[in-house]
Design a protein around this ligand. Sequence first.
Ligand code: PEP
Ligand code: MG
Length: 931
Amino acid sequence: MATITLPEAEVRESKNSKTKYVYSFGGGKADGHGKMKEDLGGKGAGLAEMTNAGLPVPPGFTIQTEACREYMKSGATSKEVERQMDEALAKLEALQGQKLGSGENPLLVSVRSGAKFSMPGMMDTILNLGLNDKSVEALAKRTNNPRFAADSYRRLIQMFGNVVLEIDKVEFEEVFDAKKKQRKARLDTELDAKALKEVIEEYKKVVKKHAKREFPQDPHEQLVMARDAVFRSWQNERAKTYRRLNNIDDMLGTAVNVQAMVFGNLGDTSGTGVGFTRNPSTGAKEFYGEFLLNAQGEDVVSGVRTPVEIGELEKIMPDVFNQLREITTRLEKHYKDMQDFEFTIQDRKLYMLQTRNGKRAGLAAVRIAIEMVEEGLITKEEAIFRPEPDQLVYFVVPRLDEKDVKIENVLAKGLPASPGGAVGQIAFTAEDAVKMAGHGSEKKPVILVRAETSPEDIEGMVSAAGILTSRGGMTSHAAVVTRGMGKSCVAGAQEIDVDEKKREIRVKGQVLREGDWIALDGSTGRVIKGQVKTVPPDPNDMKLLDKFMTWAEPYRTMKVRANADIPRDALNARKFGAEGIGLCRTEHMFFGEEKISHMRAMILADTEDARRAALKKLLPMQRKDFDGVFRAMNGFPVTIRTLDPPLHEFLPPREELMVNLATLQYMDAKQKKALVAKYRDYGVKGAGDLKKVLPVLLKRVEQLHEVNPMLGHRGCRLGITYPEITEMQARAIFEAAVAVAKDGVKVYPEVMIPLTATVNEMANQAAIVNRVAKEVFKEKGRTVEYMVGTMIELPRAALVAGEIAKEAEFFSFGTNDLTQTTWGFSRDDVNKILPTYLKEGIIKQDPFAVLDQEGVGQLVKMATERGRKTRSDLKVGICGEHGGEPSSVEFCHRVGLNYVSCSPFRVFTARLAAVQAGAADKLKIEGGRTK
Ligand code: PEP
Ligand code: MG
């Protein structure tokens, strides 16, 4: 097996023999404590903390993360780790009065990963370790339950085979399913001890065949191999993807927790479950969770069986239920946050397996934060760090339009796993979802439909608009992950038969196929056929958010504006709290049916007069747009950018090859000869046969085709080569501004010149704008306050920012173009490269989504400093996509920007990110936002 080696410099110096690698817990005390997440991982620290708090935790020990880092460096664990582990194992055996995998009452353990940050389902777990051909008999005797013993053993071989020996799960599943078929068993539980013993023998053969070795009978060898496999699982692909998406450092490593097994599958007085101290979807203060009788934890989390609501436990085992309630209330008080916990009941005795701060949806995050302040559990200052800024998108995401939902189209009702409405076309695999959804502005809504999701589906889930599963509960993988993403999810819709192979779902006698439209209501669990309309969020939720923001806002020092081009978006932005417009892209105003023809006429004009004639037609339309935007932003600044895009974008594309192909039949011999000669130069084989070669060439050219990287005739270059365009736009701006000012609207236009690289460009365009302003003010007999500034989108502009600031009254960083030009990536074509770069770890994040602080960020910082040296009151903002991304917003706060500007739907996110950055400063909290 390959061992991934970390770069030398990143690995801490190997510690000497004094290093404590292994921390025991049990019998009411633990070597570690809850604050040791760095070393013990979240789970290990939690187990230590719970043990110290006197909770009924099965004893065990944690091998700390340093051992994982050393393992990754050298491919082995040191002798000292082995020694300490053996010592801890002996202690555990003494405490339990059992021996690992031997004797009449064999000790069995679980081996689980546990990193500093929770990574649900991303790494591996092995249960029932210690079982072998002998101890399985002892277990059968002791529990008087041979079926249970055999089932535990076959589960161990399966997990061990898959995780440690890297045998595909399918190999085991095939054996198991064949046995079920043979015994005509519908459920796993219908296989008796004899059948399971046969499965075990088959499983052993699978191990022998694929791993070229026997399943290890020595319990100690099992333990060592399992521990090392957990270390390796830190580097598996899904764990890497999860870390990338959640911005978790690859170098942290995982701890390994070895803990005495308790069994939830000893019959109907045993069970296992998971729960939350509050509702993770709504935030309501209610004991919330689910459990399964006669099952192991795996069954609940993986979603293979659909669990029962926790309230039922009160009827079945009231004492256990009450004890659980009491413990979990205590837990919340202790941790001062909503807890997500796992428990097992073995023969009516309750054990707590783990507790951690629970993942929650955006609405729940805000509601819990508010209510915990009101209950006196946390302070307002603590509360403002509780929701993740990205989660606030929930308050502005759409829900389904009930008027558009017809009862007869409701296909099924599953669990309301993650709120919000999603509508899209069905995809059956994560891969298809990624393909069908596409990227960027072309992105299409897709609903990923699976029987159940697993961590391998993560990329598809990122691409999809919503997720539907036919199995699994509220805490299944699909539910937990989508809630974190703020994405709609319906889980466990059991009436739906998902046939991933045939790529169809069957429900209520109907068949839906790949590409068909469905809608999900993640708040009620409904699955609806068709392309249902969606409506914006509930104003009542907004009230809750407003209350939260009232506490939070005093910590914000940086303004938040929105990028909006039309009055409707501007109004929306105001509603979400935008304090002005940071970017109005005037070219977007030209996309309407009526306007585009004049725009084309303007572009096709070959004389200035003809161009002016077309511009004259555009002037009143443009003025009207500005009028509406100014009114919507009454009292706030509006930054209007002069025309930016390459003009050819407004014309139909022409492909020489296509023309050649179409006209080939009309060409005479001489023309054909010329073409053959031309294409022969390209080195195409058989170029003599044009009929054959042209389609081949065309196909290849299309494959290689790159959209214009937008470095050409655009930005201020347009306004300089065709000054009449800037003139017209300035006139429209000032005429509209004067007109609305007359109506009492407070208007502050900021005219922004795009893509400048030198102060002379800026001076050229500023002169036009100032001249036109003067003319308009004179004509109208009224003036308005205004500014002329520029976008900083080119490295040269950042370098000479001090010069440019002589002419520019404000800067706004166009980090979309600045990223493109700094990296030399074309922003439209980067997706050909990006997936590989991310997968290979060459870059950690998409620099077009998350500001590259190390590179592009330096330019932002430097340009701000240089600009302000020239003009101390220079107003500086950002209007690239990064303006709504939390870590980038935090960066902007740090380098002293006056504002960030983002799409209206991200205004809340940007506001909270700015709040948290400001509060971290004021309260001296290290690192700002919490994880
Ligand atoms: C930018 O480049 O960051 C920007 C906001 O402008 P556009 O995306 O319109 O090029
Ligand atoms: Mg730009």
